[in-house]
Each structure stands twice: as C-alpha cells, then as structure tokens.
Design a protein around this ligand. Structure first.
Ligand code: HEM
Ligand code: HEM
Length: 127
C-alpha cells in the first residue's frame, strides 16, 4: 500500500472523530460508563496512529516492502475490532467473560504490530 504515513494519520483522524463524539455524548448525558472506550479510541486510535504516521513520514525507508502495510492493517483491524468488543463489554458487563478473552487475543495482534514497528524502526530509521 502506498503512503502508509498518510493512511495512519487518516485512520487516526477517523478514530478521533468517533472518540470525541463519544466524549461529547458522555458529557451531555453525564453517563461516563464508556470512558475507557473513549480514552482508548483517542489514545490507541488517534494519538498512537498519528505518531506511527509521523515516524513513517520521517524515515521513509521504514515504508519499503510490505511490512509497513502489514503493521497498518494489523493495527487498524485489531484496534477497530477490540473497540467494538469493548463497547459491548462496557455496555453489558454480562458479556465480559465471553468477549473479554477474545478482545485480549485481538489486542495481542496490536502488540505484534508494535513489535513489527519496533523492528522497522531499529533496522531502517538510520538517517
Ligand atoms: C470533544 C472532545 C472531548 C470530550 C468532550 C471529552 C470528554 C470526556 C469525558 C466526559 C470524560 C469522562 C470523565 C470522567 O470519567 O470523569 C473523558 C475522559 C477521558 N478523555 Fe476525553 N474528551 C474529549 C477529547 C479527548 C481527547 C482528544 C483525548 C486524548 C487524546 C481524551 C482523553 C481522555 C482520557 C484518557 C479520559 C479518561 C480519564 C480517566 O478515566 O481517568 N479525551 N473525556
Ligand atoms: C493493547 C493495548 C492496551 C490495553 C490492553 C490497555 C488496557 C487498559 C486497561 C485494562 C485499563 C484499565 C481500564 C479501567 O480501569 O477502566 C486501561 C486504562 C488506561 N489506558 Fe490502556 N491499554 C492499552 C493501550 C493504551 C495506550 C497505548 C494508551 C496511551 C497512549 C493507554 C492509556 C490508558 C489510560 C490513560 C487509561 C486510564 C483511563 C481510563 O481508565 O479510562 N492505554 N488500559
């Protein structure tokens, strides 16, 4: 995939719009049950993805080959799926025993993406 830096920032913005909208909804309804979802949409979604995007932009060699695309897809798909599951868990705690472990497995994929990012950074971000 071309322009992985832009894709990271663009997708981060989508997470930010959803996260901020949820923040406003919590504020307007004074119901903070979903604060953990709001925090991670904004942080794991927008903040972290934007930082990844800026790193890929600063050291373009990190984008060579397919690994950066694998990282982008891993992060987007696993965080997206985990946030949807977190929504259901926080909305109905009875779902936690079933959905919780699936969510944890999904987030191991996010962690794998971060390890991949670390590999690309340490092997290619030299200039
Ligand atoms: C329109 C923008 C935003 C609104 C209206 C908003 C609103 C809120 C509200 C109502 C809470 C819950 C407070 C509570 O539980 O007592 C909250 C928590 C939080 N927000 Fe936002 N927020 C916004 C943007 C952001 C952004 C951009 C970030 C991060 C980059 C962020 C990070 C957090 C975090 C980390 C918490 C959790 C704090 C905690 O639980 O201790 N928020 N926000
Ligand atoms: C795989 C990644 C992550 C997992 C599994 C995870 C898990 C958690 C859990 C279980 C909590 C406690 C929630 C609660 O007590 O309600 C938490 C809170 C928090 N995490 Fe994460 N986290 C991850 C990534 C991150 C990242 C990357 C950031 C920041 C860049 C972050 C920032 C926070 C903050 C600010 C809180 C406290 C706010 C709140 O409770 O709403 N987390 N996280």
């Amino acid at each position: 995939m071309k322009n992985i830096d832009r894709m990271f920032v663009f997708t981060g913005l989508v997470f930010l719009l959803i996260g901020m909208s949820l923040g406003l909804k919590m504020s307007m309804t004074q119901n903070f049950a979903l604060h953990g979802l709001h925090a991670h949409l904004n942080l794991l979604g927008f903040v972290v993805m934007t930082l990844f995007g800026l790193c890929y932009r600063s050291w373009p060699k990190m984008q060579d080959g397919k690994l950066a695309t694998v990282h982008y897809l891993l992060h987007t798909v696993t965080v997206g799926a985990a946030m949807i599951m977190l929504y259901f868990v926080l909305s109905n705690m009875d779902l936690a025993p079933k959905l919780g472990p699936v969510m944890d497995m999904t987030l191991i994929g996010t962690l794998a993406g971060v390890i991949l990012f670390g590999y690309l950074f340490f092997t290619r971000a030299r200039d």
